[in-house]
Design a protein around this ligand. Structure first.
Ligand code: ATP
Ligand code: MG
Length: 774
């Protein structure tokens, strides 16, 4: 037997050596599930399985890279290269570039990130004349995303009275129309959003049996890490691909399922044995990661959940120190405590910054921690939040590059058509959008044909539009013969973006220029790196795909020694010697948003279990007595999770108030100048804490307000007869035949009340209504 197998314990060896057929490993944190997956791949290859026949799906691309490196050490680098390994999104994006043309997508389709999707939805809501306070674009985007992840297409939505009713009850009866519009627009732009990467893969595999056969034959061995967090769409893809050979290996931990808000479905684990025959079931019990105190503390917490698969987790590691609980008066103090503690550990034990992680429930909590670390001169790195690639100046450059690859890309075009300013105003853009909708073409195609279309745009502006088209086409020509770096540098200069920030001259402007320079450096690195990969060309489209699918963890080069700051969601699967979990307060963790049902609370508890089990040597839990939330100082209560840890395993660093271990000490003298009477009156503010990964509100405020300017004849997207009058008979594309009973408003706001033959009475905004007079 090969020697690497001996780096596993017996329980781990069994699933690694399991012969063909389905198998599942369910085990607690730190017990070596990811290790089992890695070694099973190495073992398969050592047994002669062709690396081309193995597909492995991980939670981050970083995890995939690390697994590949380990496998390369065992079986050799050249063999490991051919493994298809990565996140669901990156793997299936690759597949769709090859076969997506069957669904009408170009091979160079753009991937819209969440920000692009949200911007597009916001403009659709605006164009449809809907109230943006009712139709909140982020909520709508979330809802559309959940439809897609449950494979509910527009048609399926319309045919589902329950869903339609839900939206109607929520006073959002046009949700389906927005959904339809959004899907059309993405398609016309040659773009897929993140959810499409899964949805379209499913569509492809369902509609094209030959494609399904091809990939079933190719991926004879499929392995999935973190299976507990797969959603329905991912589940179906895996099931379809594994159907023929049934060589499917999944590993996971139901106690670490923390993505149900994104549609992750725990029943995928629970039903695995029903989905496949003769499933090999394996359990791992020994934790190699953490001290005994941490393992036991985590067990005592997760034991409070009713819904769980029985599991044992134990460790041979040392007891280690007790889990330390610390209370601060404010979040600024909390930050100082964390910074001081890290500083002391570093001093006393000669440790690197990279051995520490600070974990929090929501991104906004990082600010106080950052301030304190900066004051202490401790280098740190924030994961999540606004990533480098989402900064405005970076997205602007990337948008030009996206247009080079796919000029239909509507969101990219809208970003840069007038940046740097070239006299193409919002009104012109609106007219282009309307015309594009009317002709069912992309905005770029409308611009290309601007002379042939009767648009009310003056000749000066038309020329500017043509110049823009010519510029993009010249970049395309250049792209044929040059590498990504040379092209990007040329684009940054030629478009005037660099000059724009240089002219600005302010420190912010200079900062932005430096960021663009950093982007170009990154592209240079990428080009150099790609030269070593067999089927890569160092072309800009490969770079853009990498960027679009990069999670924040993926940008971690790992070579700089910094404290890691991230949300708990992002920390899944990772490990650090020292972990600080901050903001252990009611309404924050557990989140105020997630306490109304048992299952929500249980998910919060699993999140806490994930957080605690990231720590190898020492865990700190900190909470504050007062915290600014939504601009108000509130009286914070210690988290119930602190109470739930068996007290054998914890130590309080701050004095506690008699009976109740963690009761907040509002009257303690620790308060100094704060006006206590005020504090006590303040009720915790309930609200919507930002979910992980949401863009910050300021950024969204900056979104350009698109003014629909549609009163010109060309603005009509439909075949409205100008003589539409009370009594007119009309035909509507969806509602059928009807009779106009009332007309109100003028211009953009002109509405008609129509009684349809099917019995519906609807008020339709005429500039969008798809109807004709009969
Ligand atoms: P999580 O649930 O957090 O994803 P996991 O079950 O995937 O955890 P791994 O990350 O694979 O666990 O392993 C946890 C740590 O224990 C890693 O550092 C791993 O290298 C180490 N480890 C696992 N098995 C062994 C072993 N048999 N001998 C030595 N170290 C091991
Ligand atoms: Mg793991």
């Amino acid at each position: 037997m090969s020697s690497f197998i001996d780096e596993l314990n017996d329980a781990q060896k069994a699933p690694v050596l399991h012969k063909d057929g389905p198998l599942m490993v369910i085990a607690g944190a730190g017990s070596g599930k990811t290790r089992v997956l890695t070694y099973r791949i190495a073992h398969l290859m050592a047994q002669g399985v062709d690396s081309f026949n193995i597909l492995s799906l991980t939670f981050t691309n970083k995890a995939a890279r690390e697994m590949k490196e380990r496998i390369a050490q065992i079986v050799g680098a050249s063999e490991a290269k051919n493994l298809w390994m990565g996140t669901f999104h990156s793997v299936f994006a690759k597949l769709l570039r090859i076969d997506g043309n069957k669904l009408g997508y170009p091979a160079n389709f753009t991937i819209y990130d969440t920000q692009d999707s949200q911007r597009l939805i916001a403009s659709i809501i605006k164009e449809m004349g809907l109230d943006k306070d009712i139709y909140k674009y982020k909520q709508i985007q979330n809802r559309i995303s959940s439809f897609k992840n449950s494979l509910i297409t527009v048609k399926a939505y319309r045919n589902d009275p329950d869903l339609v009713e839900q939206d109607a009850m929520a006073k959002k009866p046009r949700t389906g129309d927005i959904y339809e519009n959004y899907v059309d627009r993405c398609f016309k732009a040659g773009a897929m959003d993140f959810d499409d990467l899964l949805l379209r893969t499913n569509e492809l595999l369902t509609r094209y049996p030959d494609v399904l056969m091809k990939y079933q034959d190719r991926f004879r061995y499929i392995l999935v890490d973190e299976y507990q967090d797969t959603n329905h769409s991912q589940y179906l893809i895996v099931k379809a691909l594994a159907d023929r050979f049934q060589n499917i290996c999944v590993v996971g931990d139901d106690a670490q399922s923390i993505y149900s808000f994104r549609g992750a479905n725990i029943s995928n684990i629970l039903n695995f044995q029903k989905d496949y025959d003769n499933v090999g079931m394996y359990r791992l019990e020994q934790n190699y990661r953490s001290t005994r105190n941490i393992v036991n503390a985590a067990n005592s917490v997760i034991g409070k959940n009713q819904n769980q698969i029985e599991k044992v987790v134990w460790t041979d590691n040392d007891d280690g120190g007790a889990i330390k609980i610390h209370r601060s008066p404010t979040d600024a103090e909390e930050g100082r405590f964390v910074a001081n503690s890290i500083w002391e550990h570093r001093m006393q034990k000669q440790m690197g910054n990279g051995e520490f992680a600070v974990l929090y429930r929501t991104n906004s909590q990082s600010r106080a921690i950052e301030d304190a670390l900066r004051k202490r001169d401790i280098p740190y790195r924030i994961y999540g939040g606004l990533s480098f690639y989402q900064r405005k100046e970076i997205k602007d450059v990337l948008s030009y590059l996206r247009l080079v690859i796919n000029p239909k890309d509507e969101e990219a075009l809208k970003r840069v058509i007038n940046f740097p300013a070239r006299g193409i105003g919002g009104t012109t853009l609106d007219k282009l959008v309307v015309a594009a909708n009317h002709y069912n073409r992309s905005i770029f195609e409308v611009m290309e044909n601007i002379e042939r279309i009767n648009l009310k745009i003056n000749s000066g502006t038309k020329r500017k539009l043509q110049d823009f088209v010519t510029m993009i086409k010249s970049f395309q020509v250049m792209n044929e013969t040059t590498d990504a770096f040379t092209l990007s540098e040329h684009v940054a200069k030629k478009t005037g973006i660099l000059l724009e920030f240089k002219k600005d001259g302010t420190p912010e402007g200079i900062g932005k220029m430096e960021n663009i320079e950093e982007l170009l450096n990154g592209i240079k690195d990428f080009v150099e790196g790609q030269k070593e990969i067999d089927d890569a060309t160092g072309n800009i489209s490969e770079f853009l795909e990498d960027v679009a699918l990069a999670t924040d963890l993926d940008n971690d080069t790992g070579d700089d020694d910094r404290v890691a700051l991230m949300t708990i969601h992002l920390a899944k699967g990772l490990e650090f010697p020292y972990v600080y979990i901050v903001g252990m307060e009611e309404d924050l963790f557990p989140s105020g948003m997630s306490m109304s049902t048992r299952s929500e609370l249980e998910e919060e508890r699993r999140l806490f279990y994930v957080a605690l089990t990231r720590a190898e040597k020492q865990a700190y839990l900190t909470y504050t007595q007062n915290r600014y939330r939504w601009g108000k100082l509130i009286d914070a209560e210690p988290s119930r999770f602190l109470e739930e840890i068996d007290e054998k395993y914890v130590e309080n660093l701050t004095p506690v108030d008699g009976g109740y271990r963690y009761k907040s000490l509002i009257n303690a003298d620790i308060f100094g100048e704060v006006d206590k009477s005020k504090l006590r009156q303040q009720k915790p503010v309930k609200g919507t804490p930002p979910l992980v990964g949401q863009p910050n509100p300021n950024q969204l405020k900056k979104l350009r307000k698109i003014k629909p300017q549609l009163s010109e004849p060309v603005g009509n997207t439909n075949k409205i007869d100008p003589n539409l009058a009370v009594g007119s008979l009309i035909n509507h594309t969806r509602f059928g035949r009807g009779k106009v009973v009332k007309i109100e408003g003028t211009g953009n706001d002109r509405k008609a009340e129509i009684v349809f033959d099917k019995g519906d009475i609807k008020k339709l905004l005429l500039r969008f209504a798809k109807l004709e007079v009969i």
